[in-house]
Structure formats: C-alpha cells, structure tokens
Design a protein around this ligand. Structure first.
Ligand SMILES: [Cu+2]
Length: 188
C-alpha cells in the first residue's frame, strides 16, 4: 500500500507534462509527433488516381460513403466524409500514378459553405505558379493540402467548422474537378 503514495503523484506529473508539451508543439511538430498523435485524430486515407477521382482502398473507414469502383483494383470512389462540429480530423492523400507531376498531381481543398465552387475552380486553374491555389480566394478555403505527385502523400489536420452543412472539397489540378474529383464533408 505504501508505494501508492508516491506512485500517484508521479503519474500525475507525467500526465501534466505530456499535456503541456503537446499543446505547445501542436503546429510546429506536426510531422514529428504525427506517429504519436495519430491514434488521437481520426485519419481518412484517400488515394488520388489517374482517372481523376478520389478513391479509397478501405471502404470501412469511419464516417465515409463510397460510390462505384474506379479501375480494376477494387478501389471505390469517395463520395462523402461525415464529421461532427468541432472535431479534429486528418486527411491523408496519396497519389497513385506513374505520370510526371506536371501531368498528374492531386490536392485536397475544403471550401466554405458559401464558396462558389465553379468560380474557385476556374480561378485555381489559372494559378499554376501558386500550386493551383487562387491567392485572392483563400478566404474560401477551410483546409488544404499541398499537391501530391505520383508516389507522394500529403496531409492536413484541421478542426471541422461548428456550422453544420455540406462543405465541398475539390482537387484543383486543372480538369480534375470537372472530371469528378470532388466530394462533400457533411458536418452534422
Ligand atoms: Cu486531382
């Protein structure tokens, strides 16, 4: 029984120390601590394919709906992601392609409820020098990844908005949104 008296304060000290450093380093050490924190954050693994679609290998990931099969590898088109207001989620996007980055790359851009998706996409196509992000429309972006070329993985961790609704997400690489590389984040 006696050992408990000093074990409990030790445990409390440990918990306090961990909590503090995690908050402080949240932004700066995302890649470094991703492995440690990944169990805390719901991560949705998405694949971008040459057919210009977001697909998933694992259709049983929490909170997603899928559509038809894309290609012949048993991968299904991603249609929606459901999330709760204020939830933290991570989108991890991997591009599967043998094509050069200039011909085939993907990103994931989550837009606001009020965004004009067609207008955003049209502006994005002209923003090649800025990785297809229209710099004058960034107020319509809630979360975005970098472009991922074949074999690359990009990710973004963000807080889901408090306002419920269907938030559009698109790939802004030219032609991809028009080809159907888009979906919705349903906040409910
Ligand atoms: Cu794309």
């Amino acid at each position: 029984m006696r050992y408990l008296t000093y074990l409990i304060p030790l445990v409390l000290l440990f918990v306090t120390a961990c909590g503090g450093s995690e908050n402080q380093n949240q932004e700066r050490t995302d890649t470094q601590t991703a492995a440690n924190q990944s169990s805390d954050v719901r991560t949705i693994n998405i694949i971008g394919v040459n057919q210009m679609k977001y697909v998933v290998k694992d259709e049983n990931q929490q909170g997603i709906t899928t559509g038809t099969e894309v290609g012949s590898g048993g991968m299904l088109e991603l249609e929606t992601i459901s999330a709760e207001p204020g939830e933290t989620i991570r989108i991890q996007l991997t591009t599967q392609s043998q094509m050069p980055a200039t011909s085939m790359a993907h990103n994931f851009i989550l837009l606001t409820l009020s965004a004009d998706v067609d207008a955003f996409n049209s502006a994005a196509i002209k923003a090649k020098d800025n990785s297809y992000i229209p710099s004058d429309l960034t107020d319509q972006i809630i979360a975005q990844t970098d472009l991922a070329a074949g074999g690359e993985t990009v990710k973004v961790t963000f807080t889901v908005p408090e306002e419920t609704g269907d938030y559009p997400f698109i790939c802004s690489f030219p032609g991809h949104y028009a080809a159907g590389m888009e979906g919705t984040l349903n906040v409910e």
